[in-house]
Write a protein that binds this ligand. Structure first.
Ligand code: ADP
Length: 160
């Protein structure tokens, strides 16, 4: 049986933290659908096309990964791609409440959908896309936190 999981997020932009979670997931799933929310709750810096393009560049050559965008309910999109597992990353206690609510809601919407939480490498636990955007926006060096392609895209976008 092919085990398919979905890793949803804004990926605005993809960071080393996301990459870490993706690689860890691939140890126990056969196929991972990385799903960029077309309309994340906050207005994104990068368009969905740009976020997808960056994900494709960063994850080029990583076997078992498929990159898609999605709109609407995650539970419905999970059906579309045949996923039975949702992967999410947990960094700090602050992530917990929202993630817990989402996991329970997704289970209510689709009974068989199981959410799995993964913890990144210690040095990546402080990292978020919003922090990367903020630091890069003020001209700070984020080269260790993101792939070089993302670093370059941030410079173009923010005029750094
Ligand atoms: P969302 O808007 O859905 O939170 P994000 O792109 O910010 O989208 O995050 C997607 C998922 O990746 C979330 O589960 C988040 O907790 C996780 N994540 C983001 N950054 C990291 C990181 N540095 N370490 C572990 N998980 C992370």
């Amino acid at each position: 049986m092919t085990r398919i999981a979905i890793y949803p997020g804004s990926f605005d932009p993809v960071t080393r933290g996301h990459e870490d979670i993706i690689r860890r997931s691939l140890r126990f799933v056969d196929r991972l659908v990385v799903a960029a929310a077309a309309q994340p709750t906050k207005k994104p810096l990068f368009s969905v096309e740009e976020r997808i393009e960056l994900l494709q560049t960063v994850l080029k050559g990583v076997a078992g990964v498929e990159i898609r965008s999605f709109d609407g309910l995650l539970a419905n999109f999970a059906d579309t791609v045949g996923a039975e597992i949702v992967v999410r990353g947990l960094r700090a206690v602050s992530d917990f409440e929202y993630e817990f609510q989402m996991a329970l809601m997704n289970r209510k919407l689709k009974h068989e959908l199981e959410t799995v939480f993964l913890v990144p490498a210690l040095h990546l636990t402080f990292l978020s896309s919003s922090l990367v955007r903020e630091v890069a926006g003020f001209g700070g060096d984020v080269s260790e936190l993101v792939d070089p392609a993302v670093d370059a895209a941030l410079r173009v976008k923010l005029g750094g």
